[in-house]
Design a protein around this ligand. Structure first.
Ligand SMILES: C[S@@+](CC[C@H](N)C(=O)[O-])C[C@H]1O[C@@H](n2cnc3c(N)ncnc32)[C@H](O)[C@@H]1O
Length: 123
């Protein structure tokens, strides 16, 4: 098979998130850890916001996730936790995110990231 004929079978993190958004008709999304917007820019939803300690790529809120959750009471339908990958911080992000998910929008969806998944495509 020629290189140009190969199928890109990477299931990106934003594909998974967009599947949840579409399936449950979610309207609002928060990403903790915007970075360069690699995922954020692909999220297809009515309202999306992001938090990052770095201002470089202009997240919605430039601050730590701890400060964000303390300062704002906004609720979201789905939250993607991908900020500081340290156990204690991830623990706090999960705990705080659970209080910032819309109660009226079951099921609550909270996603974290390890890496993009590679899924085999059936022949
Ligand atoms: C792995 S990158 C995020 C990648 C992005 N979510 C994606 O899917 O492409 C982690 C980001 O978290 C940010 N970060 C680190 N500590 C943070 C904190 N305490 N609160 C918010 N963001 C943080 C970093 O500046 C960095 O941009």
């Amino acid at each position: 098979m020629k290189a140009e004929q190969q199928i890109d079978n990477t299931l990106h993190r934003w594909d998974l998130i967009n599947t949840y958004i579409k399936h449950y008709s979610f309207k609002s999304f928060l990403e903790i850890g915007h970075d360069r917007g690699q995922a954020f820019d692909h999220i297809d939803i009515e309202h999306k916001e992001s938090v990052d300690i770095s201002s470089i790529t202009m997240p919605t809120y430039v601050m730590s996730s701890d400060d964000f959750f303390e300062k704002y009471d906004t609720k979201y339908d789905i939250i993607f936790i991908d900020g500081l990958h340290e156990h204690a911080q991830v623990d706090r992000d999960i705990h705080n995110s659970l209080t910032h998910l819309n109660r009226l929008c079951p099921p609550k969806v909270l996603l974290g990231r390890s890496s993009d998944l590679k899924v085999p495509i059936a022949a």
